[in-house]
Write a protein that binds this ligand. Structure first.
Ligand code: GLC
Length: 603
């Protein structure tokens, strides 16, 4: 009898979901609440606990575990790709996992998450857009919404339901390896661009009725930790020493605006707040985020983040779930997911976690699966793969590159004539798509050189200058003739990094880069220095010797957008979204006597 009811219950949910008229995401829906309650009433504890489990697909022991344990979510962490990294292989992988989920008793679909944080950046062939620090310099909300849509179209085309974006950090310390994931140090600008991104990502009109789920992260204070309290005694995952009052004033509004814009998930932050891990803080995750700010979606943990709560794994689970974590990114690498499931059930059976808390967590997860349209559209056809890396998206990426470039010095250098007779292009970043993209690009830590399809800055220059221009490329400036004041474009910068791999004590320009510039200066060239970096860097001791200087941030695959500015097809409009101190280790300070260029500056 139960099976029959289940079947009709499922048909009823599907039918009534299709009645959703609105294209935007609104949580206040009696219908949805009723559907959720009906599903919950059919579920046993195993199924509820399974929904609160997220595993990286690489670490599944066997695919049938998805249905055996009614797993609620899979993710592709950085580098977690199908064997062959091509769009159609991603879609095949997604549909295969989703099909297995449909073998479970209640056929609750998986929600599959990925870090598509600057385009669908794990997928070879997808357009990779500038990282948030560059988008902050555009201040262009419409552009950010369009990039959110383009990203969602690519993510949806590979089947995937959920991106762990936008990051709402407003970094204060540039020694942090995740500075570039912030639009700005100014939480007001972050709020505006974060909402713009969510509107693009979750727009139901762009996909086959299944809107991609956005994720406001990392709640709360990820970019406000105190130097020395982080991992390896540096910044990442450190301690935010801030009163509740200051936290409410500075960090809460950007999340409130995202919640009001309908963001369906929030990711808790690794960092501590006054010594307590966010993942362990009921005050933050329940009292503030859910009760006071009215967040009705679900809270996902960060990667194995609950393991950092003092105590053993069973108490980590008890504390984090009771604090308000609804789904744990177990990962399956650091902790076996079967151990997590067993211990979560033990906590419930021993009364350490109430069934009411479990039902609240599962209700939130089911609500998002219903609201996003995933319930009635669990599978994705392969008729949208051609949208990935489309000319339309590449042109959007090129526009974003143009608008993100900030020109900070221009002693008669720009625009360079396209008919220039002799031109030298040099530097480690000149012909290096990997450096252009930075972290979170194909591999977790990014990579060097031709990591994916796109145009390097050099290729863009070659396409732009006249055929009779004598263009010489030299990565280090050696083997270049002397000059009588000819122009050399030198592209320097940071090697890709992600998360704590980018934490540093000093933010210095690479010595090799300085030598390349010096070689060209000593040969009589006028140098236009272009910096690829995830943050402001120490240039105050060097910039006087440069004839021109522009910050490219991390522009992504469409390097040709740099030439649009260099050769004057477009004038630069980018403005700093972070203050640039004389001593960059001072971070985003406000005292004018220590600032080289202020936030909002750009030629
Ligand atoms: C990482 C990051 C988080 C990311 C998650 C999944 O550790 O902190 O931003 O979304 O794990 O890859």
């Amino acid at each position: 009898m139960k099976q029959v009811f289940t079947f009709f219950a499922f048909i009823f949910f599907s039918y009534s979901c299709n009645n959703e008229k609105s294209n935007t995401i609104t949580f206040s829906s009696i219908e949805i609440d009723q559907k959720v309650d009906s599903i919950i009433s059919l579920m046993n504890l195993d199924e509820k606990v399974g929904q609160m489990t997220q595993i990286d697909q690489r670490f599944l022991d066997t695919i049938s575990d998805i249905s055996t344990y009614t797993i609620g979510s899979l993710l592709s962490g950085g580098g977690s790709t199908p064997k062959i990294n091509k769009p159609d292989e991603w879609l095949k992988m997604y549909n295969r996992y989703q099909k297995e989920a449909m073998n479970s008793r209640l056929k609750i679909p998986l929600v599959y998450g990925i870090d598509a944080v600057h385009g669908h950046n794990n997928v070879v062939g997808a357009t990779i857009f500038p990282h948030n620090i560059g988008l902050g310099a555009t201040r262009n909300e419409e552009l950010v919404t369009e990039i959110g849509k383009a990203t969602a179209i690519a993510v949806n085309a590979t089947g995937i339901d959920w991106t762990f974006a936008p990051c709402l950090t407003n970094p204060k310390d540039y020694r942090w390896g995740r500075t570039y994931e912030g639009f700005s140090d100014d939480p007001k600008l972050v709020a505006r661009l974060g909402v713009a991104s969510i509107k693009g990502i979750q727009d139901k009109s762009i996909s086959n009725g299944k809107s991609v789920i956005a994720c406001a992260k990392h709640f709360i204070g990820d970019g406000n930790t105190e130097f020395g309290t982080g991992m390896n005694g540096l910044v990442d995952r450190g301690d935010v020493k801030m009163s509740l009052d200051s936290l409410r004033k500075e960090l809460v509004p950007k999340y409130q605006e995202s919640i009001d814009a309908g963001v369906m998930t929030v990711m808790a932050s690794y960092n501590m707040w006054n010594g307590i891990r966010c993942h362990a803080s009921k005050e933050l995750l329940t009292d503030l985020l859910k009760d006071e700010m009215g967040f009705q979606g679900f809270v996902v943990s960060d990667w194995e983040a609950i393991d950092q709560i003092p105590g053993d794994y069973k108490s980590d689970i008890e504390i984090s779930i009771n604090a308000g974590i609804d789904m744990v990114m177990v990962s399956g690498e650091g902790q076996p997911y079967k151990k997590y499931i067993r211990l979560l059930k033990e906590n419930v059976n021993e009364g350490l976690i109430s069934m009411e808390r479990i039902d609240d967590a599962v209700s939130r997860i089911l609500k998002v699966k219903l609201l996003s349209g995933l319930y009635e559209n669990p599978f994705v056809e392969n008729d949208r793969l051609n949208l990935i890396g489309s000319d339309k998206h590449r042109n959007l990426g090129r526009q974003a590159v143009r608008e993100s470039i900030v020109v900070l010095k221009n002693d008669g250098m720009l625009p360079i004539s396209k008919n220039i007779n002799n031109l030298v292009v040099a530097g480690r970043g000149a012909d290096n798509i990997g450096m252009q993209c930075g972290g979170w690009s194909i591999a977790w830590q990014g990579g060097q050189g031709r990591i994916t399809k796109g145009t390097s800055i050099l290729e863009g220059i070659k396409k732009t200058v006249a055929n009779n221009t004598n263009l010489v490329y030299s990565i280090d400036g050696k083997g270049v003739d002397n000059s009588n004041g000819e122009v050399a474009i030198v592209v320097i910068g940071e090697d890709p990094y992600t998360e704590w791999f980018g934490d540093v004590e000093k933010v210095e320009i690479n010595n090799e880069d300085l030598k390349t510039i010096q070689r060209l200066k000593s040969k009589g060239y006028r140098v236009m220095v272009l910096l690829i970096s995830g943050r402001p860097m120490n240039i105050s001791n060097h910039i006087d010797g440069w004839d021109g200087f522009a910050s490219l941030w991390l522009p992504g695959t469409e390097g040709i957008g740099v030439s649009d500015i260099l050769f004057g097809d477009y004038s630069s409009t980018g403005k700093l979204s972070f203050p640039w101190p004389i001593q960059v280790e001072d971070g985003a300070l406000s005292s004018y006597d220590k600032i080289l260029f202020d936030r909002g500056y750009g030629l």
